[in-house]
Design a protein around this ligand. Structure first.
Ligand code: SF4
Ligand code: SF4
Length: 107
């Protein structure tokens, strides 16, 4: 999982609105980034989806990850997603691309 985390930090954190100019995460100790927290689940969803179909992959991420996230209510509402405040939701296509590039040895 270390290689995926490193690639995410270099490719996603670097452009994330929650990072500083050096690409370091600015979240406080009391905040959790779903991308880091659920990285094993995210990688598994991508490996088990038809990654040509981004919408399918996005839906699977919501089914597998969001249902286990405390930010989402039982009826599927997430205030962070609604406010574009979840980095997993904001950058899901870049996250998929990054993980696939690690798998292909491109990064
Ligand atoms: S919120 Fe997540 S994706 Fe954004 S910089 Fe922090 S760890 Fe990276
Ligand atoms: S969109 Fe909401 S429920 Fe899904 S991972 Fe992000 S914060 Fe959690």
């Amino acid at each position: 999982m270390e290689k995926y985390l490193k690639a995410i930090q270099q490719n996603v954190c670097a452009i994330c609105v929650d990072s500083n100019e050096s690409g370091h995460c600015k979240l406080t100790d009391k905040e959790i980034c779903a991308v880091e927290y659920f990285l094993p689940e995210i990688v598994s969803v991508i490996h088990n989806s038809n990654t040509d179909d981004l919408q399918e992959c996005y839906n699977r991420l919501k089914e597998i990850v969001c249902v286990n996230c405390r930010a989402q209510t039982l009826d599927g509402y997430c205030y962070l997603r609604e406010d574009s405040n979840c980095s997993l939701d904001r950058y899901f296509s870049l996250i998929i691309e990054t993980i696939l590039k690690v798998d292909s040895g491109e990064i």
